[in-house]
Structure formats: C-alpha cells, structure tokens
Design a protein around this ligand. Structure first.
Ligand code: PMV
Length: 321
C-alpha cells in the first residue's frame, strides 16, 4: 500500500495580484487534510473511491479532463508507464470544496504522490508540484501555481509567478520564484467560511476584464498589494506578526476595490475586527469562500465565536509557525 497526506492552505496576502506577477504569501493549514491510499486491485482497471464528492468509478469512465483522471494519467505519462497496473485509489478529504482552502490542489498533490509511490517511482517535490499545476490549469484558466506549491512543500511560501516573456523575447515562461520563509514568531489565524462557493475562475476572469478596461488603475492596485505582501514577509521574518493586522485590513480594502470581496466576506471581516482581531481580510479568489483574521492566541476562540454569530458556516483556528 502507498499513502500520502496533504494539508489545506490559505493565502495570507497577495491573491489576484499574484496572477500579474506580484508576490503572494500562503501557508499550509494542517487542521484540514486530504489522504490518498493506493492499493493493488484484484479486478482489472484503476478504481477510484472519493466518498466526499460521491465519486466511485473506474478511470476509463471519467471524462478525460476530469481532474482525477488528468492527475493519474499525468503521473503515468511522466513515468513512461503505458500499461496501467490494477489499482484501487481511496481519497478522503476534510477540506471543504471550492472554498479557497486548496481542496483541488491538495487532492492532486496527494494523489500524484501516492500513485508514484505505489509504482515504486516516487516523484520529487518539484515534479509533483508541476504535475498538480497541470491539473489546476484544466479548470482554473490561468492559475498562478501558488496552491500546488504551498501544498506540495507544506511550508509557508513566498511566491512570485514569472510573467510571460514579452513578445519577441523568446518562449513564454512559466517559471516561478518559490521561497519558503522563516516564521520568527508563531501567530494565530482564525479562518471563517462564508459557506458560499468561491468561483475563483470567474473572479480571476472578471479582474482580467476590469484590468483590460482600466490598466493603470489595476496595475496600481496590484502594485499596492505587492508592497503589502513584501512588508508582511518582512514582519513575519523579523518576529513582528502583530504588524500583519493593519496590512490585512489594507489588503482587504484593495480587494474590495477590485470587486472580489462580497457582502458576506465584508460582514465576517468586520465581525472579526469588532471582536478584537488585529486585522482581517478575505482569502483566495473571493466572492465567497473564506476570510482570515489575525488574533492574539487567547482571543482566538472569541473571534471564532463572533464569526459564527455573524454567519460563518465553519471556523478554524490555526497557528502559523
Ligand atoms: O481561491 P483560491 O484559494 O484557489 O485562490 C485563488 C488565488 C488567486 O490569486 C485569485 C488565483 C491564483 O491562481 O493565484
């Protein structure tokens, strides 16, 4: 048997602007996770059971662009395996789907890792992340790659997507700067889920249109968010996580201006601040999904209660270290 477990993730700073080359910070969230187990199957074929999404199927019955099919075929193709072994794949997840906690990337990474282990050809992290990125691309249009990266490495990540080379300057690049960074002093984040699906692809597409209509304004917004992300990294590395509160508030205001927040996200961020959080912002694609708040450790349960009272469908208290 081969198994792999992956965490969820949250974006601390920089969502959306990261698509346009600005830095973003993301951290793993180990309170939610995906576990994939791969065992030999007695019957022929590759059998997949994913009860959390009501899926039970043989590989060939899945559409070719189904993320699970794409991940499995991606692994075999990378390993030059053309005759597929008979396997059973069990996928269990406690990460809510489509909420900005990285469930899709967490499933892909765990599946790619477990499958490569099952055929005794474990893939290095870099390749696991790259294969998961290929799967992300099928359904997310132009993903930055931050989800598969933070989940593969399961460490705080500072991420910069390299922009495509300008025309006439060679191939379009998909390179990335990925740096894991040091958390000098642990800090507590409370996550609040609006319970509404977060249509990341639509939000990203809308931002693209808005930017086309008003490039200068949007470049200014992206640049302001980039500065916040850089300041946040410095605060985390120098042991001043309390500085993150105001930076979260500023980042949230810029995301509101970009139209990717929502009344529910605004209500939850306000509730967090009123209950003593040091700052709060939406996290991920926006419009729905999750928000995050920085809190003193002792006050985190009170912030979580305030979020529930303001309509959060679930809360998670996590420590970044
Ligand atoms: O909704 P999430 O958590 O998958 O995050 C999306 C983050 C964006 O910056 C909006 C898009 C991306 O690909 O980075």
């Amino acid at each position: 048997m081969a198994a792999a477990t992956t965490p969820g993730k949250i974006i601390l700073f920089g969502e959306h602007a990261v698509v346009y080359g600005q830095p973003a910070l993301a951290v793993p969230v180990s309170q939610v996770q995906v576990q994939v187990e791969v065992t030999d199957a007695s019957r022929s074929g590759i059998w997949i059971d994913a009860p959390d999404v009501n899926l039970s199927s043989e590989l060939s019955r899945l559409a070719p662009d189904h993320p699970l099919a794409a991940a499995i075929k991606g692994v075999f193709s990378a390993l030059n395996i053309s005759r597929y072994p008979n396997l059973h794949i069990q996928i269990e997840s406690t990460i809510p789907v489509a909420s900005g906690l990285g469930s899709g990337a967490a499933v892909s990474v765990a599946l790619i890792r477990a499958l490569s282990l099952a055929v005794h050809r474990p893939l290095p992290d870099e390749q696991v992340s790259a294969l998961a990125y290929d799967v992300e691309k099928i359904h997310h249009g132009t993903p930055s790659g931050i989800d598969n990266t933070v989940i593969t490495y399961a460490k705080p990540v500072y991420f910069v997507k390299d922009l495509p080379a300008p025309q006439g300057r060679g191939a379009v690049g998909e390179g990335k700067t990925i740096e894991t960074f040091r958390v000098a002093k642990p800090f507590t984040i409370v996550i609040g889920d609006t319970g509404l699906p977060a249509p990341t692809k639509e939000a990203v597409a809308d931002v693209r249109k808005l930017r086309q209509a008003n490039p200068e304004r949007y470049e200014r917004l992206f640049a302001a968010i980039g500065s916040i992300a850089r300041a946040a990294r410095q605060a985390i590395e120098t042991g001043h996580p309390e500085h993150l509160g105001p930076l979260m508030d500023e980042n949230h205001a810029l995301l509101q201006e970009m139209t990717v927040s929502s009344p529910e996200l605004d209500r939850l961020t306000e509730a967090a601040r009123s209950s003593g959080a040091l700052g709060a912002k939406m996290s991920g694609g926006g419009r729905g999904g999750n928000m995050i708040a920085l809190s003193e450790k002792e006050n985190a349960p009170a912030v979580a209660d305030a979020l529930s009272n303001a309509g959060a469908k679930r809360t998670i208290i996590t420590t970044v270290h």
